[in-house]
Ligand binder design. Structure first.
Ligand code: MG
Ligand code: MG
Length: 280
């Protein structure tokens, strides 16, 4: 990614179509976000050896629709067959839940959940450990969470989208994993996917200007091996080209005058949320 007048112009054009949400609208998005945050708490005891990804999908679907008016936002989105995405081990994103995909000790599974409530969308993903995992696996998860934390801290008005990607690069520097560059975060609001795209690589001060009222789904994805991706024959599941493990964490974040506000967490500080995440 090199700076040019062309990319500066493109950034300006993207800025024109980025929605800015009022504090009341941000609160509406946070209502769905809280459902996802609670769901991730509730699902921890179920992510154990012997469970299928279809079991997890069913739990998520039932949990979401048990809240008045809430529906799983990914169900049918672009034709996706599941209610949530379940991506195991080398699968990075968009894994289709299946009764034949049984989790075993040592696996990791990213559960990516979207909720639509009263016309507003929220989007969050966590990668869970199944049983006992190796130190290398744990380290990949820790680094991916750190990347998300750094990225969220960079999501403040006055910065640019490139500052978010630069923060991910900074978090991964010196670690034994690679950034999956070909998959990006995004704006979220009336639709699951809105402008701007939020790449996980970037240069400080480049890309569209971040402004108060933007709501972004920030989602670093890391590979323990190759950063290159492949799409499986099912047309959905994206895997690492060398089948190395990959991890994915995502939060929906509102940019406020006081700084980034995470809408898909239960904790007053999302840093607390991370600390409890992997202790299941
Ligand atoms: Mg997601
Ligand atoms: Mg997303």
């Amino acid at each position: 990614m090199t700076f040019s007048w062309h990319s500066a112009l493109r950034s300006k054009l993207v800025e024109l179509v980025i929605h800015l949400r009022t504090p009341e609208e941000v609160e509406m998005i946070a209502r769905g976000g809280k459902i996802i945050a609670n769901l991730f708490r509730e699902i921890v005891p179920l992510v154990i050896p012997g469970v299928s990804t279809a079991d997890l999908d069913l739990f998520c679907d039932e949990y979401i629709v048990s809240h008045d008016g809430a529906v799983p936002a990914f169900k049918g989105l672009y034709g996706f067959p599941g209610s949530v995405c379940t991506s195991v081990n080398e699968e990075i994103v968009h894994g289709i839940p299946s009764p034949n995909r049984i989790l075993a000790s040592g696996d990791i599974v990213s559960i990516d959940v979207g909720v639509r409530l009263a016309g507003w969308c929220s989007d969050s993903a966590w990668t869970f450990v199944v049983g006992e995992v190796s130190n290398e696996t744990q380290s990949l998860l820790t680094t991916t969470e750190k990347a998300l934390r750094f990225a969220i801290d960079a999501a403040k008005p006055g910065n640019h989208v490139g500052d978010i990607g630069a923060a991910v690069i900074n978090a991964v520097e010196g670690e034994d994993c690679k950034i999956v560059r070909d998959l990006v975060g995004h704006g979220v609001g009336r639709e699951v996917h809105e402008e701007p795209q939020v790449p996980n690589i970037g240069r400080p001060g480049h890309g569209p200007l971040l402004r108060e009222g933007m709501v972004l789904a920030i989602e670093p994805m890391l590979s323990a091996g190759s950063p290159e991706i492949r799409t499986m024959d099912d047309g959905w599941t994206v895997i690492t080209a060398d089948k190395a493990l990959s991890a994915h964490f995502e939060h929906t974040v509102a940019l406020t005058a006081e700084g980034p506000k995470v809408l898909t967490t239960l904790a007053s500080s999302f840093h607390e949320d991370f600390a409890t995440n992997l202790t299941a």
